[in-house]
Each structure stands twice: as structure tokens, then as C-alpha cells.
Write a protein that binds this ligand. Structure first.
Ligand SMILES: CC(C)(COP(=O)(O)OP(=O)(O)OC[C@H]1O[C@@H](n2cnc3c(N)ncnc32)[C@H](O)[C@@H]1OP(=O)(O)O)[C@@H](O)C(=O)NCCC(=O)NCCS
Length: 251
């Protein structure tokens, strides 16, 4: 089975990518996924609608974000997408003047307030590391400062359950590590429990555990409903320095 890494075709690939994304996070089920890609309602129609909404939103994000770079791994025998990865190659600190992020994929009620808080908590560790000066001044091997780049960020990665442990995730990682080493970019990502073995096998270390428990003083019914559904969830901020150097050496 030949599994080939390719850049996506943004005009055509998002429906199949979104489908693969849902199936990847459903097996095993990761409850936090609902925060980013909710199914409103129940039954197969609601799920189909959610996948369609996700495909449209992913395409919109990709089109409007110059730092966005999507890849897929394709099973050349069947043409099926075996996995996908969304990178952000940040040329500016994305946390300096962040655009207002309103999770419009939730209705304007307590559920949206919950998700706003969850997203704020989720990005906190990375926004803190992004303030460190070494990230803004990567150097080439010749010691020239490259002010253009800040860091490489792996935002989404998934392998369809049928293709796990066949090196799909590894292909994405090898691309990212090469990019990081060539460009002098530190490489950051937020890991789920399922991602950690892949990252640890690739020389990442974890910087911070982020136990995400959105809180409010007056939770309404909609807040409580999504809180029960999602529960607290944990990510680990993982880091691999460019060319294996320590951050202090990269300044
Ligand atoms: C994490 C994920 C992308 C890994 O993808 P994958 O294509 O199965 O990974 P690979 O086959 O390329 O694995 C490469 C290496 O990583 C390590 N690894 C990956 N998954 C592992 C697991 N479940 N247990 C132990 N080691 C694992 C192994 O060292 C593996 O090499 P090996 O198979 O030769 O032992 C996949 O499990 C997934 O999509 N999970 C659900 C979505 C998710 O949580 N994504 C991570 C977001 S941070």
C-alpha cells in the first residue's frame, strides 16, 4: 500500500478531509473535539451536517489565514485520504494582536461562552511561549537573524483508524522536522494523549500540561449541557527546538 504525502487541493479536498477528521476523532472518541467541531442534534443527518459545516469552515480558515498550510496522505491504491495535517507557519507572533475569535459554530448562548473560555484556556500555553524572544529571532546556520519567522505550529493532525501505525503520522512529522531544521524554526504543538507517543518518538519534550476546565460564575443550562458533554480535557504543549538546539542557543 503506497501512502503518499501531498499538499491538499483547497478547492476539492475539504469535504473528504473533514470526513476523515471526524472518523479519526471518533475512534477512539475524544470528547474535546466537540468544542472545535460540534454535532448539533443527533442522528446521521446531524452528523452529516456537522461534517459539511466543518469542511466549509476549514476551507474558510485556510483561505483567510496566510500562515495556514494543509497536507494530506493519500492511499494511492484507492485515492482515499488516510490522514491530514494543518500547519501554521507563523511569520509574526499570532498572539500579539490576535483577531477577535468568536466561535460562531455555536449558537450565541451559554454554549458559546463555554467554548470561548475553552479556546482561551487552550491557547494560553502557546501564547506564553510565543512571547519568548528566541522565537522571534531564529537564526540560519550562518548566524543571520531571520526576523520573518517566529515558529512552526502543528495545529491539527489525524490518521484515519484504518491507516494507523502505518507511518502516516510519521510522514507529517518528518516534513515538519525538516522544515523546522532548514528554517531555524522552533516547532510547537498541543498534544492529545494519542499524539504523545508519536511526538515523543520524534524527539519532542513536553513543556506544560494544560488541564482545560472552563469556568464561569453563573453557568446557565446551555453552559452546563456542554460542560457535561465535553468535561475537562487535557493537552500537553510539546516542543522540539530547531536542529535539536536549546532555546537559549537559538537566540
Ligand atoms: C496520533 C496519530 C495521528 C498517530 O498517527 P499514525 O499514523 O498512527 O502514526 P505512525 O504510524 O506514523 O506512528 C509513528 C510512530 O509513532 C509512535 N506511535 C504512534 N502511535 C502510537 C501508539 N498508539 N502507541 C505507541 N506508539 C505510537 C510509534 O513510535 C510509531 O512507530 P512504529 O509504528 O514503527 O512503532 C493517530 O493515532 C490519530 O489520528 N489519533 C487520533 C487523533 C489525534 O489524537 N491526533 C493527535 C492530535 S495532537
Amino acid at each position: 500500500m503506497a501512502l503518499r504525502l501531498q499538499e491538499i487541493d483547497p478547492e476539492n479536498d475539504f469535504p473528504a478531509l473533514a470526513n476523515c477528521l471526524f472518523e479519526s476523532y471518533e475512534e477512539p472518541l475524544q470528547k474535546f473535539f466537540h468544542v472545535f467541531f460540534p454535532i448539533h442534534g443527533s442522528g446521521s443527518e446531524a452528523r452529516d451536517e456537522a461534517i459539511k459545516e466543518a469542511a466549509d469552515r476549514l476551507k474558510l480558515w485556510h483561505t483567510h489565514d496566510p500562515s495556514s498550510y494543509w497536507q494530506k496522505v493519500v492511499d494511492e491504491g484507492t485515492g482515499k485520504i488516510a490522514g491530514g495535517a494543518l500547519w501554521n507557519i507563523h511569520q509574526q507572533n499570532p498572539f500579539e494582536n490576535p483577531p477577535p475569535s468568536v466561535p460562531t459554530w455555536f449558537p450565541d448562548d451559554g454554549s458559546r461562552r463555554f467554548v470561548e473560555k475553552a479556546l482561551e484556556n487552550h491557547s494560553r500555553p502557546r501564547s506564553q511561549v510565543a512571547q519568548k524572544p528566541h522565537l522571534c529571532k531564529p537564526k540560519t546556520r550562518d548566524n543571520d537573524v531571520l526576523p520573518a519567522y517566529t515558529f512552526l505550529d502543528l495545529f491539527i493532525i489525524f490518521t484515519h483508524p484504518e491507516y494507523r501505525r502505518k507511518g502516516v503520522g510519521q510522514q507529517f512529522m518528518e516534513w515538519g522536522i525538516k522544515k523546522s531544521d532548514e528554517s531555524g524554526l522552533d516547532f510547537y504543538l498541543d498534544s492529545t494523549p494519542y499524539g504523545r507517543p508519536l511526538y515523543e518518538a520524534n524527539g519532542f519534550t513536553y513543556i506544560e500540561e494544560n488541564v482545560n476546565i472552563p469556568a464561569t460564575e453563573n453557568p446557565d443550562d446551555k453552559w452546563k449541557e456542554i460542560e457535561n458533554k465535553v468535561g475537562p480535557f487535557t493537552f500537553w504543549l510539546m516542543w522540539r527546538p530547531a536542529s535539536g538546539s536549546k532555546p537559549s542557543e537559538a537566540q
